[in-house]
Structures are given as C-alpha cells and as structure tokens.
Design a binder for this molecule. Structure first.
Ligand code: NDP
Length: 460
C-alpha cells in the first residue's frame, strides 16, 4: 500500500498504475490485469518501448539484413554465381522494418486491451499519496510501477548538434556511405557491424583500450580482431574533440588531430534512466548514485507502494531482465511472492558479425571471486568457412571454478553465438560442472559441440 492510501475522491481508483509501455510495463500491466487487478498504463509514445521501436527488434532485423550481404559473398565459395552484384535498397529495408514494428505495436495494444488494461496515451506524473496524474486525469492507485526505461546519453562536445544517437539510425533518410561510431559498448559494436555489413565504411572510436567493458577480456579482444578482419576500422584510446561540417558531409576531429570523414556520426556512449518529469522527488522516490531509481529486493522504491523495474532502475538493462523483474513484482503483489530474478546467470549476446555471447562470469571476475579457476578455450575456423574462403575464426571458452568443478563462465565469438549461449545458460543455472559438459554427447558437426569436447586445460 502507498504510504497514505488515496481515497476514491482522489481520482479513478486502480489497483496498479503502470508508468511506461515498454517491455516491462506492458508485461506487468497485462499479468496484473489477468490476475484480476484493475490496471491503468500510461504511455505517450508507441507501445513496446526501446526494445520494439528503436532497440532489440529493429537492430536484429537490420543485423539479419547485414548477414545476407556476408552470405552472398560467402555463397560464391559454394558454387553460387550471381548475374550481378546484389545491391541494398535502403528504402525497402526501412519500409519493411517500419511495417513489422507497426504490427508489433498493434500486438502490444491488443495484449493490453484484451487483458482489460486501461491505456492512457499520455505522460504520467506521481502527485504523492498514491495519486497519479496523466492525460488531464487523476488516478488513485494502490500501487504504482515505474517502468519508464532509459534513453541515449550523448556527452557535451563541440558540434553535438551534428551527431545522432542510436534512436535515429534505423530511419536515416540516406544510407551513410561513411559512418563514425563513438563508444565501444553493445550498441557501438552492433551498429558498426550492421552498417558495415550493409555496405558502409565504418570507423569506431573508443576512448578505452578495448570493446565491451564487463565482458571477458579475451572475448572482447577476439571480437575486435574479427571486426577488424571484416574491414571495420577500430581506433582505441581515441577521443573525438569536435564534429564539424565538411562539404556536404561531416568530419570527426580526434584529440590527436586526425580527422575521420563521415556522412553520419553516431554517439553510442551509454544510456541513462528516464527519471525526469515523473515527480519522483516530490513523491519521495530516491535515486541511487547512478541516477537510477533505487529499489529493494522486491523492487519497491523508497516511497512505499511505488515500485520500479527495467532500465529505469536495473543494473542489467536488458529486455529479458526487465520482463523477469516485472513478473516478480506482479507475483509479489498478486501471487505467492516467491518469484526471484537470478542475476548471476543472465546470458547475453552482442549481435555483431560474427556474434559474441556470454553466460556467467568473465575469466577476470571468476578469478576475483573463486581464486583458483581452470580455463579451457579453443579457437578455430568453422567448417562453414572451409569453402567460403573467409578467415573468420570462432572462439569457445569455459571458465571453471576449480574447487566445485562448476562451469561459472561460458564465452563465445562466432556465428549464432546468442542461439548457442541460450541453451547452455539453462545448464549453467542448473549448476552444471565441467564433468557434466564432458559427459554430454556433442552434435556433429556444429560449433556448439566444441563446448562439450574441450578436454585440454588452457591455463589455471
Ligand atoms: P554501454 O554502457 O554498453 O557502452 C557505452 C560505451 O560508451 C562504452 O564503451 C564507454 O566507454 C563509452 N563512453 C561512455 N561515455 C563516453 C564519453 N563521454 N565519451 C566517449 N565514450 C564514452 O552502452 P550502450 O549505449 O552501448 O548500451 C546501453 C545498454 O543497452 C547496454 O549496457 C546493454 O545493457 C543494453 N543493450 C543490450 C543489447 C543486447 O543485449 N544485445 C544491445 C544494445 C544495448 P568505456 O568502456 O571506456 O566506459
């Protein structure tokens, strides 16, 4: 219950008011309504949030598009001949993507309305005491769930007005022949790979010495080599001093004086929780040092009765994590309250070409946590590429806690990395040991079988 339970005269009474119609908000609203709660959800934009509209879904569609370009090229090694080189119709790709996203927006709307959730197509604000204002109305909510997600962060820099964030990348009016990407995280890596695959010349500028902070160091360095092999230019330890017009295009001027010509400069320099304009402070909802909404292990904020899930509060801003958190809140409010989110074995994938994926701990973190670990790794040219002529290499790596023999880290760079890691995530959550991996029969010939045939210890 909110600290002072609102009276019906405070507005339309609801059991749960959800702010934000992204993955987490829609899931929570729908499931709460299906359990008999009166639910309203406020969303001023398109349903589905970042993931559906400007994140996971369009990114993956464009990643598939880029994958075809590679496949056309590789097919020649298998005897395929084309009368002419395939060309990308950027307008056709954008139109097809937009149609699919619109279909998904409709699916989300139907899911909400069929569950009996009232959709308020407006921004919402906490007015304190369990009252929420949205669309010129007041709601008296027993509980409130803030699921407003996050948005791109672009640092201050001279020429900031010339750069774009990932939000703009899917609908660029003209396909960028030359793209400069600043940042080295998930979004930078994926966008580099997508646009390079689609035919752009790409430079990635990363202030640090490696990609994908938080991932296994060996995985990150292996992926960097693979991206460079495909022709992406990586600039480590480099910073953009300013971005300025140059003819009818742009140039990014680096701190060391070098210039990179670009049709588009993308800043993929992290995302920040969307907390502004929600009335959080007045309602007593505290933020943590990262600027995210601080929550306890039940996702309740410092204001009793007000909960927060997903990118606005989570330390792991991933769609499936947001969904799991949303379901845990619904279970807490309307179920038996036993559902918990296991943050230790969250599998994750970076949809580059080749892809990268991981479950559990990096080698570095495992050494810090367990002390004695065993590392098994192999890199090889996959069977597919024996005929394509591609020099692409695949990395498979297991990190094992020496004391318990449990596999605590699994890392992969290669085709279908995300698909492969998902299955192993189940085994690792169930506590699979290296002996379990060894006793598992492989599927031959696959890349995934390498994980169950890693016999030789690489290092301790
Ligand atoms: P990340 O936090 O992953 O990476 C941000 C990058 O920007 C880092 O390389 C960082 O460098 C760099 N950076 C930060 N600030 C600056 C600055 N002022 N100047 C220059 N460089 C800077 O953020 P993303 O935006 O890539 O992604 C946000 C989140 O979205 C991810 O953490 C992930 O959780 C989620 N996501 C997940 C995807 C998936 O599951 N496939 C896909 C896309 C996003 P440094 O390393 O030096 O700090």
């Amino acid at each position: 219950m909110t600290s002072s339970t609102p009276s019906a005269s405070a507005g339309t009474p609801v059991d749960l008011f959800v702010i934000g119609g992204g993955s987490a908000g829609v899931r929570a609203a729908r499931q709460a309504a299906q359990r008999g709660a009166r639910v309203a959800l406020a969303e001023p934009g398109r349903l589905g949030g970042t993931c559906v509209n400007v994140g996971c879904i369009p990114k993956k569609l464009y990643s598939h598009a880029a994958g075809y370009a590679l496949a056309f090229d590789e097919a020649r090694g298998y005897g395929w001949r084309f009368a002419a080189d395939p060309v990308l119709d950027w307008e056709a790709l954008k139109t097809a993507r937009a149609a699919e996203i619109a279909r998904l927006n409709g699916v989300y709307l139907r899911l909400l309305t069929e569950a009996g959730v009232e959709l308020v197509p407006a921004r919402a604000q906490l007015a304190g005491g369990g009252v929420v204002e949205a669309g010129g109305r007041r709601f008296a909510a027993k509980h409130v769930l803030v699921a407003t997600g996050g948005g791109p962060f672009v640092p201050e820099l001279p020429g900031r007005e010339h750069v774009v964030s990932s939000d703009a990348m899917f609908d660029l009016p003209r396909f960028p022949r030359r793209l400069v990407v600043v940042g080295g995280g998930y979004i930078a890596c994926e966008m580099v790979s997508v646009f390079h695959g689609l035919g752009a010349e790409v430079d990635l500028v990363q202030r640090g010495g490696r990609l994908l902070a938080g991932f296994d160091d060996e995985l990150a360095r292996f992926l960097a080599r693979e991206l460079e092999r495909t022709g992406v230019r990586l600039h480590f330890g480099a910073e953009v001093a300013r971005v300025e017009p140059s003819g009818d295009a742009l140039q990014a001027v680096l701190a060391d004086g070098r210039t990179l010509a670009a049709d588009v400069v993308l800043y993929a320099t992290g995302r920040r929780p969307s907390t502004a304009g929600l009335g959080l402070e007045a309602a007593g909802v505290r933020l943590d040092a990262r600027g995210s909404i601080a929550v306890d292990d039940r996702y309740e904020t410092s204001a009793p009765g007000v909960f927060a899930v997903g990118d606005v509060s989570s330390t792991q801003p991933l769609t499936p994590v947001a969904l799991a958190e949303a379901m845990a809140v619904v279970d807490h409010l309307y179920g038996d309250g036993r559902r918990r989110v296991d943050y230790d074995t969250v599998p994750t994938a970076v949809f580059t070409h080749p892809g990268a994926a991981a479950v559990g701990l990096s080698e570095e973190k495992a050494r810090g946590k367990f002390g004695a670990v065993r590392v098994y790794r192999s890199d090889f040219r996959s069977l597919r590429h024996t005929l394509t002529g591609s020099q692409e290499r695949t990395l498979v790596k297991l990190v094992v806690d020496d004391a318990s023999d449990r596999v605590v880290g699994l890392h992969l760079v290669g085709a279908d990395a995300g698909e492969i890691a998902q299955g192993f995530a189940v085994a690792m959550r169930a506590g699979a040991t290296k002996a379990d991996f060894d006793a598992t029969i492989g599927i031959h010939p696959t890349v995934a079988e390498e994980f169950v045939t890693l016999r030789e210890l690489t290092r301790r």
